[in-house]
Design a protein around this ligand. Structure first.
Ligand SMILES: Cc1cc2nc3c(=O)[nH]c(=O)nc-3n(C[C@H](O)[C@H](O)[C@H](O)COP(=O)(O)OP(=O)(O)OC[C@H]3O[C@@H](n4cnc5c(N)ncnc54)[C@H](O)[C@@H]3O)c2cc1C
Length: 308
């Protein structure tokens, strides 16, 4: 039985782990891997204090920071996936896929989020046959080809920027009337001569034979359908919170994000806090996730120390 279980090794969980170590709380940090979602990013340019850092290096620095401060206080249980979280008489127990159990007085859920998938005809048929959710993994396979990106947020534009390094052309489709990505990113990416970005464009079908040959979309203004002749389609249409393991233990919002008090990161159940992209936080960024983790630890520390 330790003081605290932290679930997640992204910026929220790692910030929580660093603060737990410095506050000398007996902690187990359980995570499938350290780094979080932006590990796949080629260059993060808004991690405060660091003008530019590749996602893989950010993950490395998280590990180094944790290793350097953890001492005898923070145990790292990496490569473990939490599949259940239950309340006990004395606290909480987290169960992992490999069958391990960890018990603690308090829990910080920092399990982040994963990718939302495209739900149109052809999407499941052509997944891994031209339709992909990871530009860093699959982008180089489409060298010299015409490709499309679905999604007009930061992830969509960042994906387009990566693809422009190999692809013949990139067409980005966004179904809304205004791009959601930061204006500076939109401007930079759209300045590339091989880049085209369309608003009010609703994807309706993935076309192909053995592999993708096209993407049909509806122009929401004119109502007309068009087909782009593309060999690759990269989807960046949002995220799904990794909260399945909480079941009905704590309150979730309609899209299954953990409802938190933004002043303290407390959830609906005393003894459980949540931080970062798994919460109903309005903005999802590395710095915000880390800040949430810090805020939670300040509150957890007071709670643990005033209880025992
Ligand atoms: C491609 C891309 C680029 C981005 N670029 C930027 C950027 O430039 N700047 C910026 O500020 N933000 C960026 N973001 C957003 C940023 O990455 C997120 O806001 C941030 O990672 C959220 O941190 P988090 O700790 O809440 O969760 P995550 O980063 O999602 O980390 C979740 C952690 O929990 C672990 N986990 C999940 N489920 C379980 C489970 N059941 N059991 C155990 N462990 C589990 C995961 O392995 C991971 O370690 C980007 C996102 C993407 C997808």
């Amino acid at each position: 039985m330790v003081d605290l279980i932290i679930i997640g090794g992204g910026p929220a969980g790692v910030a929580g782990g660093v603060y737990a170590a410095r506050k000398q709380l007996k902690t187990v940090l359980i995570a499938e891997e350290l780094g979080g979602q932006s590990t796949v990013s080629e260059g993060i340019e808004n991690w405060v204090g660091t003008p530019r850092i590749p996602g893989a290096d950010l993950a490395k620095s998280f590990k180094e920071h944790l290793e350097s401060v953890k001492g005898a206080f923070v145990e790292l249980a990496l490569g473990e996936r939490v599949t259940g979280l239950t309340k006990t008489d004395v606290g909480f127990t987290a169960t992992t896929k490999s069958g391990k159990e960890f018990s603690a007085k308090a829990v910080l859920i920092a399990s982040g989020a994963g990718r939302r998938t495209l739900d149109i005809p052809g999407a499941s048929t052509f997944e891994h046959k031209g339709l992909t959710y990871c530009a860093s993994c699959d982008g180089p396979l489409f060298g010299g080809m015409d490709v499309a990106v679905v999604g007009g947020g930061n992830a969509g534009f960042e994906t387009a920027a990566q693809l422009l390094a190999y692809a013949k052309s990139v067409t980005l489709l966004h179904r809304g009337a205004a791009f959601k990505a930061d204006p500076v990113t939109v401007e930079k990416v759209c300045a590339h001569p091989n880049m085209r970005a369309l608003k009010n464009a609703e994807p309706t079908e993935i076309r192909g034979e053995q592999f993708v040959t096209g993407l049909t979309y509806k122009d929401k203004i004119s109502g007309e359908s068009h087909t782009l002749d593309v060999a690759g389609i990269f989807v960046e249409v949002g995220v799904i919170p990794n909260t399945d393991f909480v079941g009905t233990l704590i309150d979730l919002d309609p899209v299954k994000r953990v409802v938190v008090d933004p002043r303290t990161q407390r959830t609906s159940v005393e003894g459980i806090w949540a931080a970062g992209d798994c919460t109903d936080e309005l903005y999802h960024q590395n710095n915000i996730a880390a800040g949430d983790g810090v805020k939670a630890l300040e509150d957890i520390y007071l709670w643990v120390k005033t209880r025992s």
